[in-house]
Ligand binder design. Structure first.
Ligand SMILES: Cc1ncc(COP(=O)(O)O)c(C=O)c1O
Length: 389
């Protein structure tokens, strides 16, 4: 069980604001922010490289905590500056050629989709985008039917940015493994909010960012690269972290996931993210998931009782991301009204998610995204404001 009073006391932002924008960037607990500041101060005092030597244990903690959370090896985790960079590095390591096919779905993250459009233009890669079902989910059997001998990769976003439906990545992983096709999962919105067991989820790569449900610092993320199945995938660009220079003309690429890392990095951020993951591990991801889900159910039930409000997630179980519209209210006006009353939310913009939102809304929608440190009274207050708008 999560002790709400304690976790809120350890999250100073909770005192002043109602933060329902956790899918954008969650509030970090004190120990995360303190660790970042203290490493930056150490760098200032003794020098950046010298501080790095002193922080070896804290840096190692990042890998061990994530490996524990995801049930994988520490050597399968690479520190990355963002989920987008992690996703791009993984995909480009496949060295796609003209005529290769890749498959994604209508909930794909805008940044990823832009990279895919660019690949189709510059490398003549065939892109197939599976339409979402009426309930916002990807039907694994339909995805399977799209595969061909030319399919090199399946790209799936576990929970989209614009809508909270949870995709069945286990079923998709089974298909990918059976067909011997690389599966890259964007778990940006699910790591830190749902239990993910990489021995059960048969993906080859999985990426996420630090600042969302993990509650880590900005400018951090990671890539999971499965030891065996991705061994032949070499990043397109290398540096002294990812490879060693053996002779004037030869080099050896590292075998572990660190082949995807860069030497230069935000070390304070990496230490902070390690502690954020440790904090989540100590609370228990099962308890985190259960609390987020029950808060989301409470929010949805409340919103559904307000006249003119329509919820856009139609699938079960719920995640912490709840999107909705209110008749006659523009999403931007509603968001700004909430913000002026100390409530942070965000907007899922149609322009950034047209394949998904154009299925019904064809407009921007409000996104409220909850974390375990949110409270029932915050939900009540939120509903009051929406009701009166
Ligand atoms: C589903 C999803 N994927 C990827 C990203 C991009 O993450 P980053 O900004 O760390 O690159 C986001 C960010 O909103 C996201 O929601």
């Amino acid at each position: 069980m999560i002790d709400l009073e304690t976790v809120r006391a350890e999250t100073p932002g909770c005192e002043k604001i109602i933060h329902f924008n956790n899918a954008g960037c969650a509030l970090s607990p004190n120990l995360v922010t303190d660790s970042v500041i203290s490493h930056l101060q150490l760098e200032q005092r003794i020098g950046g490289y010298e501080a790095a030597s002193q922080a070896e244990k804290q840096v190692a903690n990042f890998y061990t905590q994530l490996a524990q959370m995801l049930n994988c090896e520490s050597s399968e985790i690479a520190f990355m500056e963002s989920a987008t960079r992690a996703w791009q590095s993984a995909l480009l390591s496949l060295d796609l050629k003209a005529g290769d096919e890749i498959i994604t779905a209508g909930n794909e993250y805008v940044g990823n989709y832009l990279s895919l459009l660019s690949l189709t233009r510059h490398r003549s890669i065939e892109l197939r985008t599976l339409a979402l079902e009426a309930d916002g989910r990807i039907k694994a059997e339909k995805l399977e039917k799209q595969l061909s001998k030319k399919t090199r990769a399946i790209l799936v976003t576990h929970i989209a940015s614009q809508r909270g439906d949870i995709q069945d990545i286990k079923a998709i992983g089974e298909i990918a493994q059976a067909e011997g096709i690389c599966l890259l999962v964007d778990a940006c919105q699910s790591v830190g909010q749902l239990p993910l067991d990489l021995q059960e989820i048969k993906c080859d790569f999985l990426c996420a960012t630090g600042r969302k449900y993990l509650r880590g610092p900005r400018g951090t993320g990671f890539l999971f690269a499965r030891g065996q199945s991705t061994a032949s995938f070499i990043p397109r660009v290398l540096d002294l972290q990812s490879a060693s220079w053996d002779t004037a003309e030869s080099f050896t690429v590292k075998k572990s996931a660190s082949r995807f890392e860069s030497f230069e990095r935000n070390l304070a951020g990496q230490i902070g993210l390690g502690l954020a993951v440790e904090y989540a591990n100590s609370l228990g991801i099962i308890h985190i998931a259960a609390r987020i889900q029950s808060l989301a159910e409470r929010l949805v039930a409340g919103l559904q009782s307000i006249q003119g409000v329509r919820i856009h997630e139609l699938s079960e179980p719920r995640s912490g991301i709840v999107t909705f519209s209110k008749t006659g209210a523009k999403a931007a006006a509603l968001q700004s009204h909430l913000y002026q009353r100390g409530i942070n939310t965000s907007i899922s913009k149609r322009k950034n998610a047209m394949l998904d939102l154009d299925r019904e809304m064809r407009d921007d929608v409000i996104r409220a995204s909850l974390h375990y440190y949110n409270s029932g009274s915050e939900i009540e207050r939120f509903m009051q404001v929406i009701d009166r708008f």
